[in-house]
Design a protein around this ligand. Structure first.
Ligand code: CDP
Length: 239
């Protein structure tokens, strides 16, 4: 049985509940949680607000490549204890979760130099292990040697309903149809891009959480963690 800190890589399609699950797991283990999607979203927000993406969605890659090394993306813990994404020192958390950013993020994330830029930051976070990271290529490309890899799935209907609820709660105008279209479009681009496409790692364990509560997900995980890694997630309602 392995012991000591490990890296848990969680991959899967859009809105499969990866971040909620990853946050709970990190909290229950006293590990760091890292949302790799937030970095791609922050790059997209930067590109959009600085005119590198036009109204038709065309990306000025040449000029984006020149300025990208000068931007800084960091995570900070706010007063409520939540991790927030900062772009050049400013909290951009609420701006990176909008439908506008969701509409442009996958074309940005398929650009190889963007992935290289983000991967350097992601790998740095794993230097001391004790990390739970979610994304699309964590178990395949970022940490191919992660001790535990989980691939999350859920039915399209459940995923769209979850995302719609989130957006409406934030006061955004969205319909089930518009959300479903965005999820399908992103999943297609994410799975078909040339560099590090979304795919289940050979050694990943699949978790379909369509009909599961958070508590059941943690119980499912503990059935793997306890015998294999001598680790146990204490479930707490608040992630
Ligand atoms: O929250 P949701 O699952 O919808 O997406 P996210 O994790 O915030 O990621 C947003 C987008 O970033 C994805 O649709 C991918 O295009 C991209 N992404 C990626 O390419 N690789 C990752 N490791 C994480 C995200």
């Amino acid at each position: 049985m392995a012991s000591g800190k490990i890296i848990i890589a969680i991959d899967g399609y859009s809105s499969t509940g990866k971040s909620s699950f990853a946050k709970l797991v990190a909290k229950g283990l006293g590990y760091i949680y890292a949302d790799s999607g937030a970095l791609y979203r922050a790059v997209t927000y930067f590109a959009y607000t600085n005119g590198f993406i036009d109204d038709a969605g065309n990306i000025d890659k040449e000029n984006l490549a020149k300025v990208l090394p000068r931007i800084e993306i960091t995570f900070r813990t706010n007063k409520k204890g939540d991790s927030v994404t900062c772009l050049n020192g400013s909290n951009v958390e609420k701006y990176i979760r909008t439908s506008t950013v969701s509409a442009h993020v996958s074309p940005i994330a398929e650009i190889p130099f963007v992935r290289d830029f983000v991967n350097v930051m992601l790998r740095r976070m794993g230097q001391d292990k004790g990390l739970v990271m979610d994304g699309r290529d964590i178990g395949t490309a970022v940490f191919p040697n992660a001790e535990l890899k989980i691939f999350m799935t859920a039915s399209a209907k459940v995923r769209a309903e979850r995302r719609l609820k989130e957006l409406l709660a934030k006061g955004e105008k969205a319909t089930l149809q518009s959300v479903l279209e965005n999820l399908n479009q992103r999943d297609y681009i994410d799975s078909h891009r040339q560099k590090d496409p979304l795919t289940k790692a050979k050694d990943a364990i699949e978790l379909d959480n369509s009909c599961m509560t958070f508590e059941e997900e943690i119980e499912w995980l503990n059935n793997i963690l306890v015998p294999n890694f001598n680790l146990k997630v204490e479930y707490s309602k608040e992630a």
